[in-house]
Design a protein around this ligand. Sequence first.
Ligand SMILES: [Zn+2]
Ligand SMILES: [Zn+2]
Length: 429
Amino acid sequence: MSKTRFYETVTACDECDHLHVIPPLKSGERFKCGRCQHVVLSVHEHVEGRILGTVFSALLMLSLALVFPFLGFSSRGVERSSTLLGSVDVLIGQDYLILGSIVCLALFIFPAIYLFSLLVLFWSFKHPDISLNARRHLTRWVVAIQPWLMVDVFLVGALVALVKMRSLADIELGLSFWAFCGYVVLLIRTVTLVDRRWLWNKMSGAAPNHVIEDKQHPDELKTAKLHSLIGCHFCGAVSPNSHSHCSRCGHSIHSRRPHSLTASIAFLIAAVIMFVPANVFPIMQTTFLGGSEPSTIMGGVFLLWSLGSYPVALVIFLASVVIPLTKILSLSWLCWQCYYPTEHDILKKVWLYRVTEVIGRWSMIDVFVVALLAGVVQMGNLISILPGQAVLSFAAVVILTMLSAVMFDPRLLWDKEDEIMQASKGDDK
Ligand SMILES: [Zn+2]
Ligand SMILES: [Zn+2]
């Protein structure tokens, strides 16, 4: 029998702002918002030990992935092997500083900050002499960095790059490649185990309780806004709307994200503008036996298709064309819905928002493919690959659409829905 081990009091759903009084949860249980079906909180079994295990193993795998060769590569008798850091070094050495930095941040720096912050936090649970402020900062890092960890996207990019390289030369996978696969699996497992409400609760105790005056029954709870409360977007605790900072995590709080729609639309417009050079200019320049050939995103897709690499052509087409366009169109439609809502089922709108959030980062595949090819395939006139002008524009499209989704406050969709419901109740009377 697993024992009750998690107590949280009143919390507001991140997506619809509905208040919930969470019953004591047993390990292995999770709590879903009855209004929007968002998983508000998950308490995994033996969570602390499992997180510590995956964090240590991920760090071990990361150090192995950095030490050994990642890929061996030979063409017409010339051999070359490359480590992960070596290929980043090649990029930076060729003045592709921004591309090298994006790879470094996404693969090593953000994950390392994430993993080490978790380690220090877990250590601080047993040594509470570390200042509360320092622990709050570390927990904020963990929560804020998590969406920007892209190791799984890089791994898929590496597989695509391997298929592309196979048509040019013989490939040998190094020990570091397998260590990197282990690192990806362990890091993703850590992310799924760390629930931010659980983490804040573990660090600062349960959220302050609130007696909700007009509550007769849990089903009669409304949104935090209607109860004159604000749900913290960082830790889930609720505070009275007279407060400017959360009483549990110290972060500034707002009933709705300020300038949410303006910022979201501004990022979308910037993404649309960058989408043009990303598709017009070449994303990659391949030199083979002295001849040089630039290729655009769509050019690369057609080439792969004509070579019979249908699955890879499809992956690149989906990641580089379909996903960014779908994301721009759906976010524009969702912003429009916050101003002029239509009759569509609100749960469908919320579902679209969640899909948009999940798929967005996968567009980075092509950026990582180009970065890896340019970092590894460097044999002068025999064969070498250089990033084209479009690669940074395309990376900007992905980052801007991700920022647009981060700035979009889904609670605004529910506010409009509530307004419509109130108006129709008024009409019935
Ligand atoms: Zn909800
Ligand atoms: Zn908070």
